[in-house]
Design a protein around this ligand. Structure first.
Ligand code: NAD
Length: 370
């Protein structure tokens, strides 16, 4: 049995350890019933690391993350650490991981499970069957660009400013992730900017167009303005397959797309770095939700976002598409059968705890695996 897939698990705080526990059971199940072995290491991050070591991420854990093939991350933060100094806040540990691993491409799928189409604020016919992916650039653009700050003009007027800036390689590397994903999915990519009013938008469009011509002529490429994209996401979201965009627009559009699906407890994400000489990318997988201190320790957390993050890891870090499909199909079937955690309760469904949901999904995986 090969054991060369090295995972670092960082469950974090609040509901993080509870939802990660369900993934651990899934990993054990896959070892027992599909012969899939991972080398799993566990570490502390966020408030848990602060309590143990006085820092939200130790040097050792940072080194373990760099050495792992993939990091599975739960969630960090909570009121307990509200007064901790800024550099040691739980969130600082996560930001450092993203920065030092150079995770520049943030993948946020928005998938609507048929059984949950009613949970969306949009009409079921608009969202049923929705399956799109937003690729947001994560390490450059306006959140990092210089100059930034506030100053006072000679006439005494105060002003604030940030700079939206991308180099050609920064646009190319995130666009490549978008094109590659499109090739694995429905072969359609929307590149989103504001070329009508921003110089950077014109440049972004030019770079993506050149890359398309040179390396990905087989992919159907569309350019769209960010404001139109926001509108199209709520008007007719099924027109999209993969969307690639900058940090700022991606921040806004991915939250908008997330809400099409109706629940925070269902949303996974991946953050990817550049491939090394073996084609292996540094990668971190985490649910979109936070540590949910209001329900922590109550067995109420929905484990599905964490499980779907694990499925993304199987697919994007280890090319284990069959195993990823098994996890996703089991989740679909269990939801279709009417089991729900409290956050996604609907009429005529049965409310279950985190672990009972985990049991049901594992049982379903067993049935599908026969
Ligand atoms: P949150 O996502 O933790 O919770 C928002 C609401 O959604 C809460 O009512 C919560 O109970 C519910 N919820 C979230 N995940 C759920 C799940 N899996 N199942 C059922 N219900 C779920 O956001 P928040 O309340 O704004 O933040 C709480 C803490 O988490 C803060 O300290 C914040 O900084 C941190 N946070 C961390 C991350 C991260 O680790 N990546 C992301 C967002 C927020």
């Amino acid at each position: 049995m090969a054991t060369n897939r090295k995972i670092l698990m960082l469950p974090g705080d609040g509901i993080g350890p509870e939802v990660m526990h369900e993934v651990k059971r899934m990993i054990d199940w896959m070892r027992d019933y599909r012969g899939t072995a991972f080398e799993v290491q566990e570490g502390l991050c966020g408030g848990a690391a602060y309590d143990a070591h006085g820092t939200s991420l130790t040097e050792e854990t940072m080194a373990d993350a760099q050495a792992a093939d993939a990091v599975l991350f739960g969630s960090v933060g909570g009121p307990k650490w509200d007064n901790v100094e800024r550099e040691q806040r739980p969130e600082a540990g996560l930001l450092r991981l993203r920065k030092e691993m150079d995770l520049f491409a943030n993948l946020r799928p928005a998938t609507v499970f048929d059984a949950l189409a009613d949970a969306s604020t949009l009409k079921p016919e608009v969202v049923t069957g929705l399956d799109l992916m937003i690729v947001r650039e994560l390490t450059a653009g306006i959140y990092f660009g210089e100059p930034r700050g506030t100053d006072t003009l000679p006439d005494g007027t105060r002003r604030g400013f940030d700079t939206d800036v991308y180099t050609e390689p920064e646009i190319q590397r995130v666009a490549r992730v978008g094109f590659e994903l499109a090739r694995k999915r429905n072969n359609k990519l929307h590149s989103v900017e504001k070329a009508n009013v921003m110089e950077l938008g014109v440049f972004w469009r030019e770079v993506v167009t050149e890359l398309h011509k040179a390396e990905y002529p087989d992919v159907e490429l569309h350019h769209m303005y960010a404001d139109n994209c926001a509108m199209q996401l709520v008007r007719y979201p099924k027109q999209f397959d993969v969307i690639v965009t900058s940090n700022l627009f991606g921040d806004i559009l991915s939250d908008c797309a997330a809400m099409l699906t109706g629940s925070l407890g269902m949303l996974p994400s991946a953050s990817l770095g550049l491939p090394d000489e073996n084609g292996q990318r540094k990668a971190l997988y985490e649910p979109v939700h936070g540590s949910a201190p209001d329900i922590a320790g109550k067995r109420q957390a929905n484990p599905v976002a964490m499980m779907l993050s694990y499925a993304m890891m199987l697919r994007y870090s280890f090319d284990m598409d069959d195993d990823a499909n098994l996890v996703e199909q089991a989740i679909k079937n269990v939801l279709g059968g009417g089991l729900r955690t409290a956050d996604i309760m609907q009429a005529k469904t049965a409310k279950v705890s985190t672990d009972v949901m985990g049991d049901a999904i594992l049982r379903e995986m067993g049935k599908l695996n026969r």
